[in-house]
Ligand binder design. Structure first.
Ligand code: SF4
Ligand code: SF4
Length: 269
């Protein structure tokens, strides 16, 4: 991973809030600057690129043509399909066409966050812009999914470093999520699990059980049905060590399709 030729990474944004990028900015091991100056070549990122407008677009297309078949494409945000994708336009193109064009030339594609994975917040009912996840736009490509809202940046860093070290993506589950991060339920490793097993629950925010740090199941915790490593990595806000359940808020299942967000099916037909 210390190769003088750093692998090119192109990061594009669709219908999103940029929270996934913000999460990455707060990572500490490695830090973002170590990642982009020593490990990868971040050739394009709409928020982080120094250039703008035509200059940034030029850098994007230069990297795509010079690194076709080799670059890692990271996609943040959902892809609107309604009205032929008019609801998200970048540099004169509908985002759906940008994803198809660049995605088909990438060496690997990563969907970062729940929006890019299956539509997330952008696709919530009634989903007027017809947002979907990347895999629906690139059906013939294996899209590595890193859901979460925001996602844990260390899952992205670990995936990229695995790719750089072993020249292949990590083992994936049936939904193309890396098993090292999404192989277990939050509930399996939750620090409040002994309270669950012994029937000690918070029933209302601020009640005695809540103050004692008891299990949050009756406050709506979705840890028992959500696959993610938040409980083992203490992820809630990169670097803070404050994960939601740790500070008394139930998990709301942002990383599990159909749990955290009400996402209807969208069809253009
Ligand atoms: Fe924002 Fe969440 Fe979507 Fe990321 S997954 S772009 S944090 S709404
Ligand atoms: Fe499971 Fe949630 Fe209770 Fe933790 S707080 S033990 S994840 S139900």
């Amino acid at each position: 991973i210390t190769s003088p030729t750093r692998p090119p990474v192109i990061w594009i944004h669709g219908s999103e809030c940029t929270g996934c990028s913000m999460s990455l900015l707060r990572s500490e091991h490695p830090t973002l600057e170590t990642l982009i100056f020593d490990l990868i070549s971040l050739d394009f990122h709409e928020t982080l690129s120094a250039g703008a407008g035509h200059q940034a677009e030029e850098a994007l297309h230069k990297s795509v043509s010079e690194n076709a078949g080799k670059f890692i494409l990271v996609i943040e945000g959902a892809i609107p399909l309604a009205n032929e994708g008019i609801f998200c336009r970048i540099a004169g193109h509908n985002f759906v066409d940008v994803v198809k064009d660049i995605g088909e030339q990438a060496g690997a594609v990563i969907a970062i966050g729940s929006c890019a994975t299956w539509g997330g917040v952008a696709a919530m009912d009634p989903n007027p812009t017809g947002c979907v996840g990347v895999d629906e736009v690139l059906p013939d490509t294996q899209v590595i999914a890193l859901p979460g809202c925001p996602p844990n940046p260390y899952n992205l860093l670990s995936t990229i470093i695995h790719y750089l070290t072993f020249k292949k993506m990590p083992a994936l589950d049936d939904e193309n999520r890396p098993k090292f991060a999404y192989g277990r339920l939050i509930h399996e490793h939750c620090e409040r699990r002994p309270h669950f097993d012994n029937g000690r629950f918070a029933r209302k925010f601020g009640d005695e059980g809540h103050r004692q740090g008891y299990c949050l199941y009756y406050l709506g915790c979705k840890g028992p049905v959500t696959h993610a490593n938040c409980s083992t990595s203490q992820f809630g806000d990169a670097g803070s060590g404050c994960w939601p359940v740790g500070i008394g808020h139930p998990c709301f299942g942002c990383a599990e399709k159909g749990v955290g967000f009400n996402v209807p099916q969208f069809t253009t037909s």
